[in-house]
Design a protein around this ligand. Structure first.
Ligand code: DX5
Ligand code: ZN
Length: 231
């Protein structure tokens, strides 16, 4: 499968930033077998954010293991020189930060032009209005609920921003994705405010492993149930 039709139903997107880095293929298969809707891939450059992860060749190696949707979150600057490489790597959705350069409008056009769904991410300090003129050029708005760079950080309440975006988006087929500190405790807040894609790293991978993946399933189910209960 790849990205198919737009839907606002709740989707859980485990971030493989919290996976075993020596075992990505098996980890991706494990989270999908345990109910993940999308696979969230965090690309960091040690410049836009103070951490380094992996680049296009690694993302390309993940691709055959992903049976759902490969959701690639770029925390890099600049973005434009790498768009074709991530298309070639097989990203279904490619998200760039609005803070990553002066020409986000051009970046989103280029992402769609390369055949991918386009996402735009906002750091906690960036207002919703920063994407107001981009909503017809993107398929997803990612609201960061931590300062990007690391898994396992404390959730920052961005509920008011999510509500503002939901109103701004109106009937457009644009997802609202939440990234950072999502747990069964915080999921209801963001779902009630209008988010439909919940990224979760530490809250999905805690307690499980490739050898014992059932906790991944229980963690995904707990986040999903908590979000659903708020709707
Ligand atoms: C943060 C990343 C997130 C991160 C989320 O910079 O973009 O995707 O992995 O991790 P948790 O769910 O542990 O906050
Ligand atoms: Zn992310």
């Amino acid at each position: 499968m790849a990205y198919s039709d737009f839907s606002r139903s709740i989707k859980i997107a485990p971030s493989i930033l919290s996976a075993d880095f020596a075992n990505f293929g098996a980890e991706i298969r494990a989270i999908e077998s345990q109910g993940a809707d999308w696979v969230h891939v965090d690309v960091m450059d040690g410049h836009f954010v103070p951490n380094l992860t992996f680049g296009p060749p690694a993302v390309k190696a993940f691709r055959p293991h992903v049976g759902t949707v490969m959701d690639v979150h770029l925390m890099i600057a600049p973005v434009d020189p790498y768009i074709d490489a991530f298309a070639e790597a097989g990203a279904d959705i490619l998200t760039a930060h609005v803070e990553a350069g002066a020409h986000i409008h051009r970046t989103l056009q280029a992402i769609r032009g390369a055949g991918m769904k386009a996402g735009v991410a906002l750091n906690p300090g960036t207002p919703a209005a920063a994407v107001e003129h981009l909503l017809d050029l993107c398929d997803l708005v990612c609201v960061m609920t931590v300062n990007p760079g690391f898994g396992g950080q404390k959730f920052i309440d961005m509920t008011a921003k999510i509500r503002a975006l939901r109103a701004m988006i109106g009937d457009r087929p644009v997802h609202i994705e939440i990234d950072g500190g999502v747990t069964p405790e915080t999921a209801p807040l963001v779902a009630a405010a209008g988010a439909d894609v919940l990224v979760a790293g530490s809250a999905v991978f805690k307690g499980g492993s490739v050898a014992d993946p059932a906790p991944y399933g229980a963690n995904i189910a707990a986040i999903r149930a908590a979000a659903a209960a708020a709707l």
